[in-house]
Design a protein. Structure first.
Length: 263
């Protein structure tokens, strides 16, 4: 990565972030509806439907309702989806179809600043959607406060991690349809087996090991701890993992996008 220039990033990247915020505000009604309606539908489906069949789940030595168990996972999935889709599909549209990146590159902004702003914006969208979902879940008594407030900064860290790897895929995908591959091979397995809808202990040991290498597994574990109002080694270990994951894939995203945008 000899051409990587992280030192070219200044606070000018906030201008790109501000541009994305203005677009978001112009379509805020559409953007606000999914984080409000989706958790309600999930809670109804899992709480009244599947939850009635499953009953209680053993977690942290206690028996908890199934809807209480999956609510933090839904927050984690929301963080993953918002950042990953923003920095794949949305960033690709701005780069390839709208030529927004080309216009930005004619200004004093560096390419590193543009990509950093895109990833930070993806993390910001995750935080906004998380705040909305937390409001809904709090109305059902599914988040313990004040420790639950730490989910908000966690959502930014998680969003930054997933936004960074999403931007890596944007840097190597020649066509927008090819994003179906990382979604099928990377996002969907985490959605199903990342400690989201059932305890990790239910998986075989080899599957637990593989799941432990994936970011959603750690994000869900931290979110679940904070939602229930306690902290243990999983929180610190998960935070270390997400931080290391970001430190690896953020510069990699800039490197891949530099190779794509600057010939």
């Amino acid at each position: 990565m000899s051409s990587l220039k992280l030192w070219d990033i200044s606070f000018r990247f906030w201008r790109v972030w501000q541009r994305n915020l203005l677009v978001y505000r112009a379509t805020w009604k559409v953007n606000f509806l999914p984080p409000i309606l989706e958790p309600i539908m999930y809670l109804l489906a899992f709480g009244m439907g599947l939850g009635a069949l499953v009953g209680k789940v053993r977690y942290h030595g206690a028996s908890v309702s199934y809807v209480s168990f999956i609510a933090p996972a839904l927050l984690s999935i929301n963080i993953m989806y918002n950042a990953f889709f923003e920095n794949t599909y949305a960033s690709f549209v701005r780069m390839y179809y709208q030529k927004t990146f080309d216009a930005m590159m004619t200004t004093p902004l560096t390419m590193e600043e543009v990509i950093t702003a895109e990833i930070v914006w993806g993390a910001t969208k995750s935080s906004i959607a998380t705040a909305i979902m937390m409001t809904v879940f709090s109305a059902f008594g599914l988040i313990a406060y004040p420790l639950g407030l730490l989910i908000l900064p966690l959502s930014f860290l998680g969003g930054f991690a997933f936004g960074s790897i999403g931007m890596c895929f944007t840097g190597i995908s020649p066509r927008i349809e090819l994003f179906n591959l990382p979604i099928f091979l990377f996002i969907t397995p985490m959605f199903l087996f990342g400690g989201t809808f059932f305890p990790m202990e239910n998986l075989p040991l080899w599957a637990q090991f593989i799941a432990g290498t994936l970011p959603l597994t750690h994000l869900a574990a931290i979110t679940r701890c904070l939602s229930f109002g306690f902290m243990d080694g999983r929180v610190l270990g998960g935070l270390a993992y997400l931080t290391a994951f970001s430190l690896v894939f953020f510069p990699m995203a800039i490197y891949m996008m530099r190779r794509r945008l600057i010939r």
